[in-house]
Design a protein around this ligand. Structure first.
Ligand SMILES: NC(=O)c1ccc[n+]([C@@H]2O[C@H](COP(=O)([O-])OP(=O)(O)OC[C@H]3O[C@@H](n4cnc5c(N)ncnc54)[C@H](O)[C@@H]3O)[C@@H](O)[C@H]2O)c1
Length: 335
């Protein structure tokens, strides 16, 4: 895939990873990038830089990517070469609305699979999740690891992956599935349903203790968002990946306790950490097997965790100072 001069559609493009992908596509010369986002967690401000710099090359549709008729109309208007599917409702939403969290993932995959089958666009890059594997049965977890989803979010992701691989087998469609492990970086949602890194930073900023759910020995494989986007683009630029599934992580395992302690140190927080009961259905161990991706595009995680956390912390600090300026508290005082 040549980005320069190409036409792209990003579902979930107003979200965390999606908005970084939109920036990268435009920076690399895309002729047009359409975003379909229902703004469940997406934010217009995530796209405001791109809008200011690239104007009408970026078009935002406030639609449900799981609605076939809406997506059909968007495709008709945009005629994308490649669709990147990043839309989803966050994992923690599973505990509020288990059926809805599952259904959204499958509905979007169905709509995109059907439209690809009908020739509305050329290639689907589908973002799945490491969550489809559940807790590691062995490490590193390669792409053949059994799908043992712990949450209904993950079950919906696994169902979407199975559906799309059936479309590859039945109709020979050009679909590439990427399973990122835990991402972090600027613009990750810090409001309701926030993941551990933005949540911890927000608690530290508002003088609350960071929280660890469970004993903190549960592990994750963290990858910085810019590395994820670079790897997605590198994979989507290749012809020899059609129909394949790729893990995308760092190949390094970090416990939640190590992570929180690193954040505390970088953010200069020396207060207590609060241990709370373990979250139900929390994955115990995750470590990505990344041989397949590494063989094709080299080491995906170029940013080490401490550097990436440092960049993330500075971004949130700058943004909160900016918010304080906007709300008139130029001295940074909290109202
Ligand atoms: N962040 C991670 O650590 C991580 C890890 C593994 C996989 N992923 C996958 O990467 C993708 C992007 O994740 P993210 O962290 O940027 O999430 P995010 O919540 O920041 O972004 C998802 C976006 O999808 C939008 N959305 C939700 N339902 C929609 C619908 N029906 N139609 C259109 N838009 C809808 C939301 O408003 C949001 O902007 C997701 O598919 C996610 O499963 C993320």
């Amino acid at each position: 895939m040549v980005v320069d001069g190409g036409r792209f559609l990003v579902t979930g493009g107003a979200g965390f990873i999606g908005s970084h992908l939109v920036d990268a596509l435009l920076e690399r010369g895309a002729a047009r990038v359409a975003v379909v986002d229902n703004f469940f967690l997406g934010k217009e401000e995530n796209l405001s830089d791109a809008k200011r710099r690239y104007g009408d090359k970026l078009q935002v549709y406030r639609e449900d990517a799981g609605e076939l008729s809406a997506m059909s109309a968007v495709m008709e208007a945009e005629k994308p070469d490649v669709v990147f599917n990043l839309a989803t409702k966050a994992l923690l939403y599973s505990f509020f609305n288990p059926a809805g969290a599952c259904r959204v993932n499958l509905d979007i995959a169905l709509a995109l699979g059907e439209l690809l089958r009908k020739g509305a666009y050329g290639r689907l890059i589908h973002l799945s999740s490491s969550e489809v594997y559940g807790t590691a049965q062995y490490v590193p977890m390669d792409e053949h690891h059994p799908l043992l989803a712990e949450t209904s979010y993950a079950a919906g992701k696994a169902a979407a992956d199975l559906l799309l691989s059936s479309y590859v087998r039945m109709f020979g469609l050009d679909i590439v599935t990427i399973r990122p492990f835990n991402n972090y970086g600027p613009r990750q949602n810090e409001g309701a349903l926030a993941a551990i890194i933005p949540l911890t930073l927000k608690r530290i900023r508002s003088c609350q203790s960071p929280v660890i759910q469970g004993d903190g020995k549960q592990t994750r494989d963290f990858i910085y968002v810019a590395d994820t986007v670079a790897a997605i683009l590198a994979l989507s630029g290749r012809d020899d990946v059609r129909g394949q599934v790729f893990n995308l992580g760092s190949g390094r395992e970090t416990s939640v306790e190590e992570l929180i302690k690193a954040i505390c140190q970088l953010a200069d927080y020396h207060g207590p950490i609060s241990y709370q009961p373990a979250r139900p259905a929390d994955v115990r161990r995750h470590l990505a097997g990344i041989d397949s991706v590494r063989d094709l595009i080299g080491e995906p995680a170029k940013t080490n965790l401490l550097d990436g956390l440092g960049q993330t912390i500075s971004w949130y600090m700058k943004r909160s100072q900016f918010d304080q300026l906007l709300s008139g508290n130029a001295d940074g005082s909290v109202t």
